[in-house]
Design a protein around this ligand. Sequence first.
Ligand SMILES: *[C@@H]1O[C@H](CO)[C@@H](O)[C@H](O)[C@H]1NC(C)=O
Ligand SMILES: *[C@@H]1O[C@H](CO)[C@@H](O)[C@H](O)[C@H]1NC(C)=O
Ligand SMILES: *[C@@H]1O[C@H](CO)[C@@H](O)[C@H](O)[C@H]1NC(C)=O
Ligand SMILES: *[C@@H]1O[C@H](CO)[C@@H](O)[C@H](O)[C@H]1NC(C)=O
Ligand SMILES: *[C@@H]1O[C@H](CO)[C@@H](O)[C@H](O)[C@H]1NC(C)=O
Ligand SMILES: *[C@@H]1O[C@H](CO)[C@@H](O)[C@H](O)[C@H]1NC(C)=O
Ligand SMILES: *[C@@H]1O[C@H](CO)[C@@H](O)[C@H](O)[C@H]1NC(C)=O
Ligand SMILES: *[C@@H]1O[C@H](CO)[C@@H](O)[C@H](O)[C@H]1NC(C)=O
Length: 554
Amino acid sequence: MTDVGCSGSSPELPAAGQHLVKVIGNLCFTFFVLSVLVFSVIAVTYQPPDPWFQSPKSLTKSLSAIIPNGTFATDDSLLPTGEDLAASPPSAFPAVLPDYSGGGTAAACDPSAPLNCSDRAVLAAIQRFNSKIFRRSIVFLSYDTPVPGSKPDECDAAWRFRNRREKSWRRYRDYRRFRLAPTDNCTFEVVKAGKFHSGISAARRPPRPRPGSGAASPPAFQIQDAEINDTIPTVGSESQFRNGRYLYYTRGGDYCKGMNHYLWSFLCGLGEAKFLNRTFVMDLNICLAGSYTSTGKDEEGKDFRFYFDFEHLKESASVIEEAEFLRDWRRWNRAAGRSRKPGGKISVRKVPTYKITPMQLKKEKSAVIWRQFDGHEPENYWYRVCEGKAAKYIQRPWQAIWKSKRLMNIVSEIAGKMDWDYDAVHVVRGEKAMKKERWPNLDRDTSPDALEEKLSKMVQPWRNLYIATNEVFYNYFDKLRSHYKVHLLEDYMEMWGNRSEWYNETTMLNGGRPLEFDGYMRVAVDTEVLYRAKLRVETFNNLTRDCKDGINTC
Ligand SMILES: *[C@@H]1O[C@H](CO)[C@@H](O)[C@H](O)[C@H]1NC(C)=O
Ligand SMILES: *[C@@H]1O[C@H](CO)[C@@H](O)[C@H](O)[C@H]1NC(C)=O
Ligand SMILES: *[C@@H]1O[C@H](CO)[C@@H](O)[C@H](O)[C@H]1NC(C)=O
Ligand SMILES: *[C@@H]1O[C@H](CO)[C@@H](O)[C@H](O)[C@H]1NC(C)=O
Ligand SMILES: *[C@@H]1O[C@H](CO)[C@@H](O)[C@H](O)[C@H]1NC(C)=O
Ligand SMILES: *[C@@H]1O[C@H](CO)[C@@H](O)[C@H](O)[C@H]1NC(C)=O
Ligand SMILES: *[C@@H]1O[C@H](CO)[C@@H](O)[C@H](O)[C@H]1NC(C)=O
Ligand SMILES: *[C@@H]1O[C@H](CO)[C@@H](O)[C@H](O)[C@H]1NC(C)=O
């Protein structure tokens, strides 16, 4: 079906033909969009959960919105990823049950004795206090033994928790300072509790266990958040490498395109690898499109791990890093050449065009399937592999893509600073507010006066109100400050400033060079803070009657 006149690869055309190529390209693309539409409608039942096509009903609409003339123009003021898709949070969760009993031991029974933070009664009091205050927003997973705070009647306690609205299994850490007082009946009582991350004496993480320090693999970088392990896995021995089966995509036209395009393509490759039961060879290098950078220019040399959770990816899919893979491949090939061992060279099947479908490769025995994406755009996009009939067989494993834990730590900290007790409004402005022909009312409906009026009907006065927005003017929301405690991402700059944990960790990951907190990261954090709010007000539906994707799309 995709073959109708779109054989595409026309490298020998003279310069005069360039324009023609473009026109044909566009025609092909239109045709491609149509065929995707047709197939997708047929294959509705095959659609995995997907942040862009939340319901089959909206499927056709969003598809045409995503791929209008070859650019991915999805709404990128929100960036849901796999962790936001699960229907409900994991249920069988190993939560610790607070142990309230056995608190009243001898030591605590002497009210005049100095406070001993290791006393079980202290931890019991803190657990009791926490579960009363935060029961509805977070799940407590484990506590460390409290340690002395700065004054004799203070203890600092640290614990791991999970937000009830977080649908991943990831754990976060908090430590707070508590002032305690003895009660009549041999227990303690919390009389004052500090804010998020106030218990700095308990902040120090327990030392990371060092598994058998092998001379072969020097520590690439020191891991600070003891929960993050996104080191690059190695293949190991020659026989392990030879026994593996790999799917290798060379860089295609997707490079430096928008992040939505990147994910759409990357997940196609990952989906094909899963279909073929092979390990996907992935390039951790990302080129960040100019729309997200402060310079407005595409920036190369970004790392997948700045944005996404590589550890989770390693656990949920079979992947190997490209440089690691190529080095081993060359090494074992050379070794085979020298020794003339029976194993011989590593077999490879080169696949020059996406028109060879995954189904045709299912029986392929070669160790490496190497898809090469030569040719012109849009012929050289990775996602073309998953078009047409292949769409029925290949599912994009969205669940493998979570946001970086380092970014999620910031999200957790912002929500934690508001004690998880906040409402949020998503205010879409930017380009859409300017394009009056497609969003005729948006600008007016998100003006300061309109916001003041509309929000007063939905949000209680003096609530914490987090505003997730692409409006660049900080003071734009000042009118709301006379009704709410307004919070904007910009208010939390120190969380990625040069004294922050994020800064330290990303600098290390980036080979010692400080990293900019770029536009994509901002939207990623905004999105997740928004999703954790108690009450959520959306621009489309709640603030304006305009449609998300432009006039007449809803
Ligand atoms: C591309 O799409 C935009 C709207 O999304 C439209 O205004 C423009 O005319 C289209 N360009 C082409 C070449 O089809
Ligand atoms: C505090 O209590 C722990 C055990 O509960 C004990 O090992 C420790 O010595 C006590 N510390 C002080 C200063 O009494
Ligand atoms: C101890 O006293 C407090 C009030 O002072 C009360 O809330 C608590 O239930 C009592 N605990 C026990 C085990 O009696
Ligand atoms: C990190 O994970 C890898 C497996 O992906 C494991 O081999 C390694 O030991 C882990 N490192 C640490 C420090 O836990
Ligand atoms: C997938 O490959 C692994 C080894 O690479 C093999 O053990 C397993 O049986 C294969 N599964 C299928 C469904 O082919
Ligand atoms: C951190 O940033 C501030 C201003 O942004 C600057 O004055 C300071 O010198 C920086 N410190 C380091 C260690 O880079
Ligand atoms: C970041 O690193 C600097 C220097 O290594 C250190 O002084 C600082 O405490 C670190 N900050 C955090 C939040 O870890
Ligand atoms: C926003 O609109 C949706 C759909 O109309 C509605 O279900 C929701 O309650 C509204 N939210 C608020 C805060 O009014």
